[in-house]
Design a protein. Structure first.
Length: 261
């Protein structure tokens, strides 16, 4: 029932179960990525256009709104995927006992956890698609190059979903999620080139930023949105893949220990 080494396409049944539940509230979830980029662009264009001049990024002069627009997509991917495999997954595991009910079926732990991570990537990708459409209509994303942001958003969602599931495997209570939010997500949100170029930071801070998966996702989204980026696209893509694989393994290990009593 809880065979740890078995994995099959049955994980898609868990993914579909999450999709069915999501379809009941999709209207509410649809509104956030629809209006969020418009609010950010409006706020920053009105509030910063007289305070911040053009920004030099990858040899290109950009307005502040042009610079920040692609980062909005990357941060939305991070928030959607991480929240899905932390708070939402913890509720399903601990309060609703959904995982325990699934383990009474032919599903294995690995299939359930992989499905949760893949679902988080799917949900994050859906939010990114909506934001890409909005920002493209506003002229902040190139078309059709911006379409490449869809698989990048899914890859980023897998990476953040995997580390979120790892924290779910080791955090004892739902209140303790404040720790990874404060110690990991918040610094990454602020120092991954989202609000200012990483090249403007001291060298030691630039090195720290390179370790953040959000930095690499922001860079890749800027590449497809603006046509240029400061780092190597191959390195950033491989980093996200490696980050996902490492934390998927760690999340599987942590969740097996937690669910097998």
């Amino acid at each position: 029932m809880t065979s740890r080494g078995r994995f099959s396409w049955l994980f898609l049944r868990v993914w579909y179960r999450n999709l069915v539940v999501y379809r009941r509230i999709w209207q509410v979830n649809f509104l956030v990525p629809l209006f969020e980029p418009a609010f950010y662009i409006l706020a920053f264009s009105l509030g910063f256009r007289n305070l911040v001049g053009d920004i030099s990024y990858a040899g290109m002069p950009l307005t502040y709104t042009q610079f920040i627009a692609p980062a909005l997509i990357a941060t939305a991917v991070m928030w959607n995927a991480f929240f899905e495999t932390t708070y939402s997954s913890f509720v399903r595991m601990y309060y609703q006992r959904t995982y325990h009910a699934m383990l009474a079926t032919p599903l294995s732990i690995d299939e359930i956890i992989v499905a949760e991570v893949v679902w988080s990537g799917t949900k994050a990708c859906a939010a990114a698609v909506i934001m890409l459409a909005v920002l493209t209509s506003l002229g902040f994303v190139q078309f059709p190059l911006g379409l490449a942001g869809v698989p990048l958003a899914f890859l980023g969602g897998l990476a953040f979903g995997a580390i979120g599931m790892f924290f779910t495997g080791i955090i004892p209570t739902i209140d303790m999620f404040n720790l990874p939010m404060f110690l990991f997500i918040t610094p990454m949100f602020l120092f991954s080139g989202t609000f200012f170029p990483v090249s403007a930071l001291p060298e030691w801070a630039q090195t720290v930023s390179l370790a953040f998966p959000l930095y690499h996702l922001v860079e890749l989204i800027r590449l497809v949105a603006l046509g240029s980026m400061e780092s190597s696209p191959l390195f950033s893509a491989l980093y996200l893949v490696a980050f996902f694989l490492v934390f998927l393994r760690l999340s599987l290990f942590a969740m097996r220990r937690r669910l097998i009593q």
